[in-house]
Design a protein around this ligand. Structure first.
Ligand code: 5GP
Ligand code: ZN
Length: 137
């Protein structure tokens, strides 16, 4: 995609601090650095979001993310690590080329995600799960 900033990084047309790459993924430092060591894992072939990934890309991102998480843990020794991934504007996505955030975490580091639990009754869970199940291949 010619107007996609992450495609331009992958093609080497604009600079980025690269961390790791393989056949299907490229990982580079997020320019914003929520905490030191904040890395983005992207797919090399443009996909807008999680919905658009094929199975090979999905597996490749999972593998790269797990490998990088261990490298971040062993090198920077954060107290924790959050994995964040947004799909669509309503979910907070701002760059529409699929990517996973790996964010090293520390106590009281200011990164927050509100988690407004609803604790619905079991029937609601069953109803919702049934609808999702019906769409699985
Ligand atoms: P999103 O909000 O879509 O989940 O995350 C997009 C991320 O991309 C942001 O954290 C932002 O800092 C990062 N980002 C945006 N433009 C660039 C860029 O040109 N280079 C790098 N390295 N990161 C970028
Ligand atoms: Zn792209």
């Amino acid at each position: 995609m010619s107007d996609c900033v992450f495609c331009k990084i992958i093609a080497g047309q604009i600079p980025a601090t690269r961390v790791h790459e393989d056949e299907h993924t490229l990982a580079f430092m997020d320019i914003g650095q929520v905490n030191p060591g904040h890395v983005l894992v992207t797919v090399k072939k443009h996909a807008d979001n999680l919905y658009a990934l094929d199975d090979v890309q999905a597996a490749a991102v999972a593998r790269t993310s797990a490998r990088l998480a261990r490298a971040i843990r062993d090198s920077l020794k954060p107290e924790g690590l959050s994995v964040y991934q947004a799909n669509g504007k309503a979910a907070g996505q701002t760059v529409f080329h699929y990517h996973v955030h790996l964010v090293p975490r520390h106590e009281a580091d200011g990164m927050e995600l509100t988690w407004p639990v609803k604790n619905p009754p079991r029937e609601k869970l069953e109803d919702c799960a049934g609808k999702i199940r019906a769409k699985m291949g």
